[in-house]
Design a binder for this molecule. Structure first.
Ligand SMILES: [Zn+2]
Length: 256
């Protein structure tokens, strides 16, 4: 088993080298992304390698005839691996496909009300994730991700997939040994209450009110803020910030 694992890793390594992606390619794909630029050069190389591995292991599919350029693939993959950089790609084992739309896409959801009348609800989304995949993204939103406002649809949807690895989408991913699940729940709940209060009083907050749609959204939105705009999050809810550091095994607020 060990030999097979090593052999397939070795094969993957050879394939990565044969892809011939250059430093300039990475610069074009991720050179405007502050999260990537914050990493030390050696860590950026790890992001690049893991992103190429992701591209070998998962299918990236353009929806409705969208042609994905190499630059688009590298940008999506480079952003996608940041949450699991210190956890490993196996954390994405549950899904196989990333579907990319050119812009926001419309989903239809049918539901029946208390009088037995069926309704068709349409909504335009910039991203979507389900436990077995696919992960769906709008490239328009991928392009604008990381624009300094704390939003990043790629980090958001992939945070959902991590959350879903443990008891469904409930705002708590599987925690590492030594992490305190009760403390996680207590601190996230009090941050939730504090955000509700801030929004009610019109006070500034590190994330917007979309986080309050559901506990799963709270975790996904806080993950975006954690990587994209760590300082306000660390200042406002230090214990939640620390839980996220412990879970992602990264501290974006500290230069590395
Ligand atoms: Zn979401």
């Amino acid at each position: 088993m060990g030999l097979i694992a090593n052999l397939s890793e070795w094969r993957e390594e050879r394939k990565l080298e044969s892809l011939g992606v250059t430093a300039q390619d990475w610069q074009r794909a991720l050179g405007d992304w502050s999260v990537y630029l914050r990493y030390q050069p050696s860590t950026r190389i790890r992001v690049q390698k893991m992103a190429l591995r992701l591209l070998l292991r998962k299918a990236l599919i353009g929806a409705k005839g969208l042609e994905l350029s190499d630059q688009m693939r590298l940008r999506i993959a480079g952003m996608a691996v940041v949450p699991v950089l210190e956890l490993g790609l196996d954390w994405y084992r549950g899904w196989e496909t990333l579907v990319i739309y050119e812009g926001p896409f419309v989903t239809e959801h049918e539901w029946v009300d208390e009088y037995g009348v069926a309704h068709l609800e349409r909504s335009a989304l910039c991203g979507e994730a389900s436990s077995r995949g696919p992960v769906v993204l709008s490239f328009e939103d991928v392009r604008s991700a990381g624009g300094g406002k704390g939003h990043n649809v790629v980090l958001h949807e992939l945070a959902h997939t991590l959350d879903m690895r443990h008891e469904g989408a409930n705002g708590a991913p599987p925690l590492h040994p030594g992490m305190d699940a009760a403390a996680w729940k207590r601190d996230f709940s009090s941050a939730w209450d504090d955000l509700e209060r801030r929004i009610r009083l019109g006070e500034s907050s590190p994330v917007d009110e979309y986080a309050l749609e559901a506990p799963a959204e709270f975790f996904a939105v806080l993950t975006e803020a954690f990587f994209e705009k760590p300082a306000p999050l660390a200042r406002t809810w230090p214990s939640v910030y620390q839980h996220l550091c412990d879970f992602y095994r990264q501290d974006p607020g500290v230069d590395k």
